[in-house]
Design a protein. Structure first.
Length: 187
């Protein structure tokens, strides 16, 4: 596996080694030892999958507050998305900055998103299947959202009239949320 830095410290693009021939392809989407070799040491708890029918759908921006915050490795197994991570750790040098990465069934890239970041994506194709590997279980009492169009963040989703869930339509601005992440300087 290859780890590619993004503008946000701790958020990485992961490129697996893909082996292909006339029959198709094979790759390891997760291997604990290979992840450790590129500096990812999380103990993952569960895998999740979502299906999104229509191009132009935004899911996000989502996170879980501490003590149930989640680190994620995300990837697309059908279709394509622009995947977004937003630094929401108060005091961080990259607070409120975001990065967007295209993930698709063709490029096989994954995105590693540590705790302290909000996450979302916009579908670039119809019929997207999206997979999440998370290091904490779902916790309804800690589940949070912030507005996809929060001007303090300014994500450029590349669309003007997205399809949204009621949860995402009604999400608060970050300034009005009870987000409890604080940046901790690494020694």
């Amino acid at each position: 596996m290859n780890r590619i830095e993004t503008p946000l410290s701790g958020v990485y693009i992961i490129e697996p080694k893909v082996f292909g021939d006339h029959r198709g392809y094979f790759f390891e989407s997760y291997n604990r030892d290979a992840m450790a070799q590129i500096g990812i040491f999380n103990d993952f708890w569960q895998d999740n999958e979502s299906y999104t029918q229509h191009k132009g759908t935004i899911r996000g921006l989502h996170f879980q507050n501490d003590p149930m915050a989640q680190c994620k490795i995300v990837r697309v197994t059908r279709g394509a998305v622009m995947d977004v991570a937003v630094d929401i750790r108060k005091g961080s040098p990259t607070y409120l900055r975001w990065t967007g990465v295209e993930l698709s069934e063709l490029n096989k890239r994954m995105l590693y998103i540590p705790r302290g970041f909000a996450h979302g994506f916009v579908t670039l194709t119809d019929n997207v299947v999206f997979n999440y590997k998370v290091d904490n279980p779902y916790s309804p009492e800690n589940d949070r959202s912030i507005r996809f169009d929060d001007s303090s963040i300014g994500v450029d989703w590349g669309i003007t009239d997205p399809i949204l869930s009621d949860k995402d339509k009604n999400a608060p601005l970050l300034i009005d949320s009870d987000c409890n992440f604080t940046y901790e300087v690494q020694a």
